[in-house]
Design a protein around this ligand. Structure first.
Ligand SMILES: CC(C)(COP(=O)(O)OP(=O)(O)OC[C@H]1O[C@@H](n2cnc3c(N)ncnc32)[C@H](O)[C@@H]1OP(=O)(O)O)[C@@H](O)C(=O)NCCC(=O)NCCS
Length: 434
């Protein structure tokens, strides 16, 4: 059997042979299909990339129908059970889990870069007292490019690697400081004798004590959450990272754009939206009425549904276990009862079952973050910290891929045909459409 597709253009009766590789045709091959010589050639129309592969990637594999998520071939369940976040970041970025010696060097490199320039602190202090921490994170990450102008040399492998170390190390510091700022608390410098996650918790919560000792169960829970959120192949923010990175801008600017994509309620803002929804429901007895409203098309059940997972989200299973471990330390969160009941009803309801709507990772992560004492505005920030490794892995793959060029989609132009300019005084009012 030939690895090709035979296409007959019914407009002309002509037949074309289009090669198939890795289960895909190359969209530019469609351009030869024309009705006449003036025709630009056939385009494929795919708003929101529902069926378009934008790259070849060997980082993360998802099989949405079977509920599979693997980083470089390793099942997410195994990494979450046995691994650490820094090991996982190494795996994503370099393709392999580090040996003991490699892990020591890698950990040292990241730890060495956790501090930020003092001017970054001043920059952050300039934000309004009630600035959203995600808005602060996005802006400050973009500003880092002005501190490291050499980062624009994206074709230099050593320069690239230095920025990778800096970003993975500094994003938690900026993230924690954005939280301290919103609480009016002094910023806490990194404690480089602590591990990645324990240091982050110290920068978040340390007050007058000489050393902040986070509960080991909470450190581990956060480690697992970070592993689960480290990458998720070509999602909205990874696509933003690649699209912006394809212009060969420095990784700070590209990562700020990726973080901005993550901020939206349909992506990384979803866990914030889940908590707002649970607060709006407020009480177990209000759940049936809320579900009816969703079914009537008035709003969505936040934390449910996924573009890719149409069976279940494997991360949601792991995170539910983590939630139990966290609640043993922090005590049960009132929101959890509402979430569990909502999940139970939705999983039995025909509306959700027939549309394959299952809880996604964000359904529980918000409840855990709240139990850790974090305000909802910090939730997308908590997502951005570990996703930094994924964004950078996607970026490194992009800049080294000889097939990639500046990202530039086509459009189907459906606007006015040519028309002549009319002076303002002679124009007729037309209802605005934008
Ligand atoms: C994640 C999400 C954006 C994926 O969207 P998508 O793949 O484009 O799916 P669609 O928007 O085409 O939805 C398909 C159908 O399910 C319904 N649907 C999807 N998610 C829903 C939800 N969370 N609550 C209620 N109905 C939902 C849609 O209304 C649509 O119904 P219809 O066929 O009757 O019109 C979407 O499920 C959503 O908005 N979820 C809530 C936000 C969220 O949790 N995001 C986090 C993602 S990790």
């Amino acid at each position: 059997m030939e690895d090709s597709l035979t296409v007959t253009d019914n407009r002309t009766g002509r037949t074309y042979e289009i090669p198939v590789a890795d289960g895909a045709i190359r969209a530019p091959d469609l351009r030869q299909i024309k009705v006449d010589d003036d025709d630009f050639g056939l385009l494929s129309y795919d708003p929101a990339f529902l069926n378009t592969a934008s790259c070849r990637s060997s980082i993360t594999e998802i099989d949405g129908d079977r509920g599979i998520l693997r980083y470089r071939g390793y099942p997410i369940e195994q990494l979450a059970e046995h691994g650490s976040y820094l090991e996982t970041a190494h795996l994503l970025l370099f393709g392999e889990l580090p040996t003991e010696a490699e892990l020591e060097v890698w950990t040292h490199e990241i730890t060495y870069h956790t501090f930020v320039h003092e001017n970054v602190k001043q920059l952050m202090q300039g934000f309004r007292y009630d600035a959203h921490p995600m808005g602060m994170l996005i802006s400050v990450v973009a500003a880092l490019s002005t501190f490291y102008p050499e980062a624009s040399r994206v074709d230099d492998a050593d320069v690239r690697m230095l920025q990778v170390h800096r970003l993975i190390a500094k994003v938690p510091t900026i993230a924690a400081w954005s939280y301290r700022h919103s609480r009016g608390l002094p910023y806490v410098y990194p404690d480089n004798d602590l591990g990645f996650t324990a240091n982050f918790l110290s920068m978040m919560f340390k007050m007058a004590e000489p050393r902040f000792e986070a509960h080991p169960a909470l450190v581990r829970a956060l480690e697992v959450l970070f592993i689960l959120h480290a990458d998720h192949e070509q999602n909205c923010s990874a696509n933003a990272m690649r699209s912006i990175g394809s212009s060969k801008v420095d990784p700070y600017s590209a990562l700020a754009g990726a973080a901005a994509a993550l901020y939206g309620p349909l992506h990384g803002g979803a866990n914030e939206a889940v908590l707002k929804m649970l607060a709006e429901i407020g009480n177990l007895k209000n759940i049936p009425a809320f579900v009816e409203k969703v079914k009537a098309g008035e709003g969505r059940l936040m934390g449910f549904g996924h573009r890719i997972y149409k069976n279940y989200d494997p991360r949601a299973k792991i995170i539910k276990q983590v939630a139990d471990e966290v609640f043993e330390v922090t005590g049960r969160n009132a929101m959890l009862d509402i979430a569990l009941e909502l999940e139970k009803i939705a999983l039995e309801d025909e509306y959700f079952v027939s549309r394959k709507l299952y809880p996604n990772v964000d359904f529980y992560s918000g409840i855990i973050y709240q139990a850790l004492g974090l305000p909802v505005a910090m939730f997308p920030v908590m997502f951005a910290i570990p996703r930094t490794a994924g964004w950078l892995a996607q970026w490194l793959e992009l800049v080294q891929d000889p097939e990639q060029k500046i990202a530039r989609p086509r459009q189907l132009y459906v606007g006015s045909d040519v028309r002549d300019y009319v002076p303002a005084g002679k124009r007729r009012a037309v209802a605005a459409t934008v």
